[in-house]
Every structure is written in structure tokens, then in C-alpha cells.
Design a protein around this ligand. Structure first.
Ligand code: HEM
Length: 495
């Protein structure tokens, strides 16, 4: 058995870090042409073995946690930010229990209450934030302008704190909490992933911010004790849970899980919302279909809208396909890493038979899955780089056509299409990952994004700035963001 082919590079240690860092997808597609679906590249001294395609996703994300460890890959990045005794700072079976506790807080009952809270927050934001001045002035013929990512990051944190994070966090958002959040966020970057500890001010600010934020949550939890506060939020849910051995969560564990959820949900949702809004601004036809769907389901005869319910939200095919398609082309996370704990054999084509396993990925390597690649693979999708929400809702549309090709080549059937996205580890579409580390925030993200987009589209029309092309991906941030300029023009819809 041999090692997988190593990507050619000029500079030892640094390896392919620059090419990968600037454009990971371009790098992966090029390497695939040269080396096939399995290859190793050097990333600042680390050996990273990439496994591409649906079978590569399956190899990495479906791999046993005794072979491939998420905590060994991520703890140096996450523990200084989230804190001790949660997520990747504990053995995997303990974290799996913690994920179950979080699921209790993500209940349908809670979601029912959240839709109108989110709607209210978005409306309030539009009525008060200076980015929406034209909207506030009630002049339907004047266009205003905002930066898509700026407003989305604010709306995301406002709506997440009003719902999941709870009243105390929402009330403090305009005050100390947002500075703490910004300082903590400054310690959650690709640099922190590559270099666990550097004597830099941002690392110090991260550590100070973590301590203050942890104390802030612990204080909230203590104050809630002795009151009969059964708030429909995550702190309430976590306070009611017990580990299998009967132990309740300690205050600092609840605090640190809350920080982890804040970080996990913020950039992922706000980036997706920004991309979706940019595409709607670029594709007036899709925007009008989305608006008409709102009118059809919720429009009153006087041109106003009634409130949405969670159940209704879940049955809006156009809104759903707008988010689904946005996550296909712009999944917030382009690389999912695991640390290899024991030698693992793999075939160059990632096919099953053991005798074909000619490569060995040795202990000490990292493995990397990139569902972002299979989500725009021309072998699987027609017009993969075109944002086309109807591919999800039209049974005769491009997704169906492309998928026939995919099935023909591989000779296997995969559950696919609107409302039937495979949760299996070998699906080509996995914006929320797969396997034991799969995202538990998916339903919340759909609810949050759906409500935000619907509320905005009900009130304003959006367009890209004339003369500006659609923004490219910025891969230098932890979560793939639109590069600037990413301005959107808007005007109030006529009632
Ligand atoms: C895991 C994507 C929103 C909480 C993941 C993973 C992905 C992902 C790809 C797998 C990571 C891995 O395997 O290493 C997304 C996207 C989101 C989103 C695209 C929004 C559009 C959220 C939200 C929350 C959340 C809102 C919390 C409320 C988590 C948690 C995990 C996770 C707890 C588990 C990590 C693990 O088991 O190792 N997410 N996420 N995510 N996400 Fe999300």
C-alpha cells in the first residue's frame, strides 16, 4: 500500500497553503484533474488528505470517530472561544449527550413561538436602522442602499438572541454584549485554526472576552434560579437536562454551550442570508415569485400581510428552494476536517472492495471533506454555477435532469429533489454536513432565514447596484462571505 499522491508545491512547510487559502474549490478541482479524488496537500506542516465527491464525503463524514476525530482537529480553535468542558473539549460521547440537550431547546413548540418574534425584530430593525432610511421615509420612489452582509449580520444576531439566546442577551445587545461578541469573534479565524497560540493582541482579546462572556452567561443562569422562569429559550432547555449518570449541567457548561451555539449559528446564517438577498437582487424573476408566494399565502385584501405560522412557513416551496439553492452554491463551510487517529486504508476511487484499497492514510494526517465541491460538480449538476431555485421544485427541471446523469454514471439511486434531500453521508448535497457531527441547527436556520427573507421581500424590492457584478467568494474568513462591494439597492414596495 502507498500513501495518496502529494500535491506538488515549491515551499516546504507552507506547502499549498496559499493556493488553498485563496480559492479552495478551484484548488480542489485542479487537484482532482491531476491526482483523482484522493490526494494529500501540505498546509503549514500538516498533511491533509482530501477525499472528494459523494463517496469522499461518505469516507470522511461517515468514518468511525475512533479513526477520524473532530475534537483533535478543532479543539485548539474552539476551546479558547467556547470554553472548557463542552463540545470538542470533552470526549465525543459526552459531546453527543450535549447535542441531545441542545435538541430539546430546538423543539417545534419553541419554533412556533419564534416565527413572530423574528418577524417583529426584522420589522423593528427596518424601522429604526439607518441603513433603511429611505424605507423609513415612506417614499416609494426613492432607492436606498445597504451592504448585504452588514445588515444580515445585525439581523441575524438580533433574531438569534431574541429567540434561542434569550431575553437577557437580547436586552444587552445594544450595550456591552456586542463588544464582547466582536472580540471573541476576532479569535475565531483561519489564523487561529492554523496557529493555536500566537503572542498577538487578538489572541489576548479573545481570552479576555471569553472570560467576561462566560461570566455574563453564568450570571444570567444564577439569576434565573429560584425564579419560575421557564423561558422558551435554550438556557431554559439546558437547565432542565441531565447527563446519563443523573448529573445536571453545571452553570459554566450551560454558559459554554450557549457561546458555542452563538458562534455556530451567527456567521453561517448571516452569510447564507446575505448570499440569498444578493441573488434575489440579481434575479428579479425569482424575487417576484417569492413575493407572489407571500401574497398568495399571507396577503390580506388591503395589501397588508397576516402573520406566518411555523407550520405554514415549512410548506412554502419557493422560499424553501431559494434557501436550498443558496446553500448549494454558497455553503458557509467549504472544508470539514478530521484528525486521523489510526491508519486507514482507502481505494483511490473511494469504491468499496477492500482489495482495491491501495492507499493508506496514516495516523497523524488530517482528512478533509468538501461537500462544497460535490454541490457544484458538473458531473452531477447541470449549469452548476447558475443560481436556479426552480431546480429544486420542478420535477422536470434541471436538477431532475442532472440527477439522472448522476445516477446513470454510478448506477445507484439516491433520494433527491425538493423535500427529499438525503441525510445520508454519501449525498452530493450536504451544506449541513453528515454523520455524527451533522448540524443540529438546520431547522432553526431555515426558520430564521425564511422569516427574515420573507419579511424583507414583503416590504422592499431589491436590486444589485447598477454596474456592479455579482460578488465573488471571500475564502479568507472562517465562513465563506461575499467579497465587497456587496451593495444592494432597495425601495419600499407600493401597498
Ligand atoms: C455542525 C453548517 C447553522 C449548530 C455543522 C456542520 C456544518 C454546519 C457543515 C458540520 C461540521 C463538521 O462536521 O465538522 C451549518 C450551516 C448553518 C448552520 C450551513 C446555517 C445556514 C447552525 C445553527 C446552529 C448550529 C443556527 C445552532 C443553533 C451546530 C452544531 C453542530 C453543527 C451544534 C455540531 C458540531 C459537531 O457535532 O461536531 N453545521 N450550520 N449550526 N452546527 Fe451548524
Amino acid at each position: 500500500r502507498s500513501l495518496p499522491p502529494e500535491v506538488f508545491h515549491w515551499i516546504p512547510i507552507v506547502g499549498s497553503a496559499i493556493t488553498y487559502g485563496n480559492d479552495p474549490l478551484g484548488f480542489f478541482f485542479k487537484c482532482r484533474e491531476k491526482y483523482g479524488d484522493v490526494f494529500t496537500f501540505i498546509l503549514f506542516g500538516r498533511k491533509v488528505t482530501v477525499a472528494l465527491g459523494p463517496k469522499g464525503n461518505n469516507f470522511v463524514l461517515g468514518g468511525k470517530s475512533t479513526f477520524f476525530s473532530a475534537e483533535d482537529a478543532y479543539t485548539h480553535l474552539t476551546t479558547p472561544v467556547f470554553g472548557k468542558d463542552v463540545v470538542y473539549d470533552v470526549p465525543n460521547d459526552v459531546f453527543m449527550e450535549q447535542k441531545k440537550f441542545v435538541k430539546v431547546g430546538l423543539s417545534v413548540d419553541n419554533f412556533r413561538a419564534y416565527v413572530n418574534m423574528i418577524e417583529e425584530e426584522v420589522e423593528l430593525f427596518m424601522q429604526t436602522d439607518s441603513a433603511f432610511l429611505t424605507y423609513q421615509m415612506n417614499n416609494i420612489n426613492e432607492w436606498g442602499c445597504f451592504d448585504a452582509a452588514d445588515i444580515m449580520s445585525q439581523i441575524t444576531i438580533l433574531t438569534a438572541s431574541r429567540t434561542l439566546q434569550g431575553k437577557e442577551i437580547r436586552d444587552n445587545l445594544d450595550k456591552s454584549f456586542s463588544d464582547l461578541y466582536a472580540a471573541l469573534d476576532g479569535g475565531f479565524t483561519p489564523i487561529n485554526f492554523l496557529f493555536p497560540n500566537l503572542p498577538l493582541a487578538s489572541y489576548r482579546r479573545r481570552d479576555e472576552a471569553h472570560k467576561k462572556m462566560s461570566d455574563f452567561y453564568v450570571d444570567i443562569i444564577r439569576k434565573r434560579k429560584g425564579t419560575f422562569d421557564d423561558a422558551q429559550d435554550m438556557i431554559g432547555a439546558l437547565r432542565s437536562q441531565r447527563y446519563r449518570n443523573g448529573r445536571q449541567l453545571e452553570d459554566h457548561e450551560i454558559a459554554h454551550i450557549m457561546i458555542a451555539l452563538l458562534m455556530a449559528g451567527q456567521h453561517t446564517s448571516s452569510a447564507t442570508g446575505s448570499w440569498a438577498l444578493l441573488h434575489l437582487a440579481d434575479n428579479v424573476q425569482a424575487q417576484e415569485s417569492l413575493y407572489k408566494e407571500q401574497v398568495e399565502y399571507f396577503g390580506n385584501s388591503d395589501g397588508t400581510f397576516r402573520e406566518m405560522s411555523y407550520e405554514e412557513m415549512r410548506r412554502l416551496p419557493i422560499l424553501d428552494s431559494v434557501i436550498r439553492e443558496t446553500l448549494r452554491i454558497h455553503p458557509p463551510i467549504h472544508s470539514i476536517f478530521r484528525y486521523v487517529r489510526t491508519d486507514v486504508a482507502v481505494s483511490p476511487t473511494l469504491s468499496a472492495p477492500a482489495e482495491d484499497n491501495t492507499y493508506v492514510v496514516p495516523k497523524g494526517h488530517y482528512v478533509l471533506a468538501s461537500p462544497a465541491v460535490s454541490q457544484v460538480d458538473p458531473k452531477i449538476w447541470s449549469n452548476p454555477h447558475i443560481w436556479e431555485p426552480t431546480r429544486w421544485s420542478d420535477p422536470e427541471g434541471v436538477a431532475a435532469e442532472a440527477f439522472k446523469t448522476y445516477m446513470d454514471e454510478n448506477g445507484e439511486k439516491v433520494d433527491f429533489g425538493f423535500g427529499a434531500v438525503s441525510k445520508g453521508t454519501d449525498s452530493p448535497y450536504q451544506p449541513f454536513g453528515a454523520g455524527r457531527h451533522r448540524c443540529i441547527g438546520e431547522q432553526f436556520a431555515y426558520l430564521q432565514l425564511g422569516t427574515i427573507l420573507a419579511t424583507i421581500v414583503r416590504k422592499v424590492e431589491v436590486r444589485l447596484e447598477p454596474g456592479c457584478s455579482f460578488p465573488e467568494h471571500n475564502y479568507h474568513t472562517m465562513i465563506t462571505m461575499p467579497k465587497k462591494p456587496r451593495n444592494i439597492r432597495y425601495r419600499r414596495r407600493a401597498l
